[in-house]
Design a protein around this ligand. Structure first.
Ligand code: NAG
Length: 269
């Protein structure tokens, strides 16, 4: 009886919120190198999401409910899986309703007045001329359900379609092929993000100026044995290759902050 009460109390206190969390470093820290999340910002429009499908956490996303795009998603690479693309997109019910299900859902299955106040919906992308560009990509997914879980609009931002289907896709594939052959002995962490831009689609969803990604093949001594970063403007040009440190410096400038960190407590080779 006491136990039941405590469970009840706990679930009341947490608002049933397993998915949009207060601190994703605590709730799903397994997606961050050395358990440390990339830099987060404190402004109230940001949400920390443990991306959950059928009660399983697949990756973590730092989401901007004002611009209605993720700033970054963080995930592990566990080998090439050759998953099928479902092309059915989920949304995150909890962004518009604290008491909603902790699982991602199809928009049609969420009955809620005011849905989309805090997130992009499928209509925002319709006829916009932009693709729903994945941050955590299908190509680097660890399982079919993980691939399915990347199809949520909280993991996507408006991406130039020739970029998404061209140079960016090629980059995702090249990184996956490299990691698959060179980093088998390590634990591989990836962070992929965007830099918000100056325009919007449907007057609602920010169109990023840049897409960026970085990986770290972490050894048992918490060092990145291999690491690299890439950043490209949101058009179909080959993204620039950078050291992780140079990418951090460039992102700090673009985000207009003193520093922007990820793969913390690790050293680049
Ligand atoms: C998308 O990228 C292509 C190639 O870089 C460019 O010609 C085109 O103008 C871009 N489209 C938009 C909407 O920015």
């Amino acid at each position: 009886m006491m136990l039941l009460l405590r469970v009840l109390m706990l679930s009341l206190l947490s608002g049933g919120s397993a998915r949009v969390v207060q601190n994703f470093e605590i709730e799903c820290g397994q997606f961050f190198a050395n358990g440390k999340s990339p830099t987060t910002f404190a402004e109230p429009q940001y949400r920390q999401i443990c991306q959950t499908l059928s009660n399983v956490h697949y990756y973590a996303t730092f989401y901007d409910t004002g611009k209605k795009i993720p700033l970054y998603s963080a995930y592990k690479f566990e080998g090439l899986m050759d998953c099928t693309r479902q092309d059915k997109w989920y949304i995150e019910p909890q962004l518009d309703d604290n008491n909603a299900s902790p699982d991602m859902k199809f928009e049609k299955d969420v009955k809620k007045q005011g849905l989309g106040v805090h997130q992009a919906l499928n209509d925002d992308y319709k006829n916009s001329g932009f693709d729903r560009g994945h941050l955590a990509p299908v190509y680097q997914a660890e399982s079919q359900s993980c691939a399915d879980a990347t199809f949520t609009l909280t993991n996507a931002a408006p991406q130039n379609l020739s970029f998404n289907r061209g140079q960016w896709r090629k980059l995702e594939e090249n990184i996956a092929i490299f990691l698959n052959s060179e980093c088998k002995l390590y634990t591989v962490y990836i962070v992929t993000g965007v830099v918000p831009g100056a325009s919007q689609i449907k007057n609602r969803v920010n169109v990023p100026s840049h897409f960026w990604t970085a990986y770290c093949c972490l050894d048992n001594n918490k060092k990145c044995q291999f690491s690299k970063g890439f950043i490209g403007e949101n058009k179909n040009i080959t993204p620039k290759e950078k050291t992780v440190n140079d990418l951090k410096t460039e992102l700090a400038k673009l985000y207009n902050v003193a520093s922007f960190e990820f793969f913390i407590h690790s050293t680049q080779r």
